[in-house]
Design a protein around this ligand. Sequence first.
Ligand code: NAD
Ligand code: UDP
Length: 331
Amino acid sequence: MRVVVTGGAGFLGSHLCERLVARGDEVVALDNFVTGDPANVAHLADSPRFELRDVDVTRDVTVEGAVDLVLHFASPASPVDYLQLPIETLEVGSIGTMRALSLARGKRARFVLASTSEVYGDPEVHPQPETYWGNVNPVGPRGVYDEAKRFAEAMTLAHRSTHGISTGIVRIFNTFGPRMRPNDGRAIPNFIRQSLAGEPVTVAGDGSQTRSICFVDDLVAGILALADSEHAGPVNIGNPHEISMLALAEWVIELTGSSSTVNFIPRPVDDPTVRQPDTTLAQELLGWAPEVDIETALLRTIDWFRTETETAHFPEPPLGARETAHILTGS
Ligand code: NAD
Ligand code: UDP
């Protein structure tokens, strides 16, 4: 297959590119590097089946020749990133999605949208099945991301019904692993980076809010299972392993052998209280279930962060606790 991956130099996009090239597909990755990094796919550069292009998908998604599959993954994803890039996030979720859909339509390719558990907002149904409509604040700070993805889902289905495109929607739950930016502001990179540096680990609120965390290898397997099928979705892909943020912080401190203490910081506005995927549909439709044990996955991610910190690949200074709190709480 010839596959176009938007956001291909990002965390998830780079893992998708790697897996596609390894199985023999040809990949064209499109990225403007706003939150990604060419270094994430540098190891693929020598492959004749891989190409990285510097493209803003809100402006242009022209790809010559045949395309069989479009994986639309371009979008800031970390709350700290999308709260600093609100208009860009809305644009890539709306205009970028429309352009990527047009590419798929013109090539008669299958299209898969990277949607998110954030479409469920602060959920009143727990765990969340795909049939739940969600509880999103459209005018809260997170609305720029949540509503962009909800629009993108609606636009994807409209193209399916109007133009007959084969489309799939994957609702991705919190995923972690190597190649997350240590300073992207998300909980796991923050906890690992702070623990390795022996700094206080920043836990928002009292840390009782939960997330369900999935290792990237499992996620990629689920996404490709959906991409290789004809299913429209939306399908939740995530690991139902639910944990409070305080327990996660303490676990990371223990796994890194750190002497870090916990520093409680203000809770972000509209921060969801709980989140856990109901993965029944993924199991029934795709035969998919996560396989990697979370402790093993955390240790593999910690190893990667340790190496990256030593080689100092990331020149961008991490945000301090006060600056992060300012972005997330607006105060
Ligand atoms: P990321 O920030 O590492 O990757 C996003 C990539 O998109 C980056 O390389 C960025 O430079 C690129 N990009 C952004 N705007 C662009 C534009 N206008 N043109 C071209 N490229 C652009 O984030 P990620 O965690 O890899 O997330 C990838 C996708 O998966 C996103 O769509 C995100 O919403 C979705 N998602 C991720 C998670 C998660 O836990 N990682 C959860 C839910 C949904
Ligand atoms: N969080 C935290 N400390 C941090 C960063 C995040 O306690 O340094 C919390 C955040 O408030 C949220 C949870 O961890 O309750 C997950 O945040 P993340 O940004 O990883 O993902 P999302 O909110 O998008 O699910």
